[in-house]
Design a protein around this ligand. Structure first.
Ligand SMILES: [Zn+2]
Length: 310
């Protein structure tokens, strides 16, 4: 069974304006990186549009309509100082979420072993009723709810190694013991949430890191906190919020990881998925703002997904 790679050209047309770190070139860097021969075995498809019904399992219909209505006919509209929409942003957001939902369909049906969604805008900061931090719809949380509603998954886990805390995913999962959220992230840093003491219904596992932390701290956080909790939880499917902004070259944070750390964490997560979830993994892009580091780190991550699938 292959690894599925989903993307869509309209994700390049989500224009965030000059100087914005969450920019179309991010996807071009990833596309270049996964064009190498070693990625010839990927099953490549275009991301479909998400059904509004899938999005509305998480976001109230009024919120979804407000985002649609906010979409500008030309130029830009800022929903907050970080989060901007341009004329193609609505469709890009529907495809970013649609990729994660469709990837869940493909993984749960056994058509593919695992999947990576190379899409933007990202999602993990979007709360049920609030766009935030470059994010409009929380694709990974929507995909988790879809796995339950459409495929009968009983326990769904999201592990988030983006350098920022996924406040939106945490908010979405907060009171639901059958949903797991585990995150490593730099603190203090945007968005300010993610303290160890934030545990929800005993289903939230935050592992904050400090500026300057490196491989040792990152691996320790996974080995002592997130992976044991994930093992106890025993997910039916594992979703990954794959942000690569904990890389040492990233301009938005100060964690000192390299590509090999993303290889390591992906291997550890896939071992856990193999043990509990039949290897079912859907990974979706969140952050990563140094183009070279993003391309190389994504390639390292996808390569591990492919090895698990072969
Ligand atoms: Zn981030």
């Amino acid at each position: 069974m292959p690894t599925l790679l989903l993307t869509h050209p309209v994700c390049l047309l989500h224009d965030t304006g000059q100087g914005h770190p969450e920019r179309p070139d991010r996807l071009r860097a990833i596309d270049d990186a996964v064009s190498a021969d070693v990625f010839g075995g990927l099953k490549r498809e275009l991301a479909p549009l998400a059904d509004l019904a899938a999005i509305e399992r998480l976001h109230p219909a009024g919120y979804v309509e407000a985002i649609r209505a906010a979409t500008p006919k030309h130029d830009f509209i800022w929903l907050d100082p970080d989060t901007v929409m341009s004329p193609n942003s609505w469709e890009a957001a529907l495809r970013a979420t649609g990729a994660a939902v469709y990837a869940v369909d493909q993984v749960m049906s056994g058509a593919v072993k695992n999947a990576f969604c190379a899409v933007r805008p990202p999602g993990h900061h979007a709360e049920p009723s609030r766009p935030m931090g470059f994010c409009l719809f929380n694709s990974v949380a929507i995909a988790a709810l879809h796995a339950r509603a459409a495929h009968g998954a009983e326990r769904v886990a999201v592990v988030d190694f983006d350098v920022h805390h996924g406040n939106g995913t945490q908010a979405a999962f907060w009171a639901d013991k059958d949903l797991f959220y585990g995150s490593t992230h730099q603190m203090p840093l945007f968005p300010g949430t993610g303290d160890l003491s934030e545990t929800g219904a005993g289903n939230i596992f935050n592992a904050p890191l400090s500026a300057g932390d490196s491989r040792r701290h990152f691996r320790e956080a996974f080995l002592t906190r997130i992976l044991p909790a994930l093992h106890n939880f025993g997910p039916d499917v594992l979703l990954i919020s794959a942000g690569f902004d904990a890389h040492r070259d990233d301009p938005l944070a100060q964690i000192e990881l390299t590509e090999s750390d993303f290889t390591w964490v992906t291997e550890k997560l896939l071992e856990m998925a193999e043990k509990h979830a039949g290897g079912r993994v859907v990974s979706t892009l969140e952050g990563g703002y140094n183009l070279g580091a993003l391309g190389r780190s994504t390639a390292a991550h996808v390569e591990v997904l492919m090895q698990a699938a072969s």
